[in-house]
Design a protein around this ligand. Sequence first.
Ligand code: ATP
Ligand code: SF4
Ligand code: MG
Length: 335
Amino acid sequence: MPEPLLDVRDLRVRFRTRQGLVTAVDSLSFSVAPGEVLGVVGESGSGKSVSMLAVLRLLTNPNVTVSGEVLFRGRDLLALPDKEMRAVRGREIAMVFQDPMTALTPVYTVGWQIAEAIRAHEQVSRKEARARAVRLLSDVGIPDAASRVNAYPHEFSGGMRQRAVIAMALSCSPSLLIADEPTTALDVTVQAQILDLMRELNAGGSAMVLITHDMGVVSQIADRVLVMYGGRAAEEGPRRAVFHGPRHPYTWGLLDSVPRVGGPRLRRLPSIAGVPVAPGGVPEGCAFAPRCRLRHDRCEERPVLSGDTHLDACWLPSGDRAGLRVSARDTEAAS
Ligand SMILES: Nc1ncnc2c1ncn2[C@@H]1O[C@H](COP(=O)(O)OP(=O)(O)OP(=O)(O)O)[C@@H](O)[C@H]1O
Ligand code: SF4
Ligand SMILES: [Mg+2]
């Protein structure tokens, strides 16, 4: 196993709210090897964004506490002085968020913003930075980049803005890109183009953490998959293993909710019954228990994420999970 690029250990994020202290991310551990793509999936509220914002130290709210370790090339980012952290962000780790306007300022031209991002990390002249911005915009497929470089963000379409943000991320050839739902707001054609760009970035050696609701996207691009539920890891493993032999009942639900092309047809398309847990309402034992058809006495105790390369946090016997999945589905269909 190569030394991980990013090694997150026992990450915990708590918010102080009017209802008391709530844990949005609980004992989350995962790692990303150099050049690897980790897909992070889970329903809304499962803690995907909050955990990555914590990794990047972008949770600045005074009511939040973050604990654990975020080792990046062996250095704990949570313990780094602000100045060094700023240098890591942007130069070594780049981010792309769902809403590209988070990264763009409306009052400056797109080209100026990309050029400044370059100049923040490299000593190049304004002219050289601008020329690079034009090249980058052209690389991400913005037509007529030489003149579009002078446009303001609102003069770009949503897809073009997202490309501009990716161009900014590309400008520093990051060793890690964290992308939070980068394609969700876009139509299918643009989505495919953005995914191609991300693949290119990955082919150039950048590792990626890709957060998405879309199992289809994960199946196309991820090397490994982390499934989150209730702020915890439910399952983690190589993409093929997770898609072909999912082990956690929650992952079964996620996969069964995806319309299939080709694969075995289900009698009906189930979604996961029940509502996702909210932080504050996560049970002591298994977080998924209130929605799980296979819960049993032991589930009142919290399952630990265990396994070798394919891990899951569930008390079901480790043997025939495929058989259990079928029987759970049959109970679901009968009810
Ligand atoms: N500032 C905050 N104060 C209190 N709770 C918060 C705060 N920010 C986020 N949370 C809670 O943390 C939980 C995890 O949120 P997060 O945004 O990480 O979910 P997510 O998995 O990214 O969901 P989505 O798929 O909708 O983006 C949510 O229940 C959210 O309400
Ligand atoms: S630990 Fe129990 S409740 Fe949780 S997913 Fe497994 S069987 Fe279901
Ligand atoms: Mg989110």
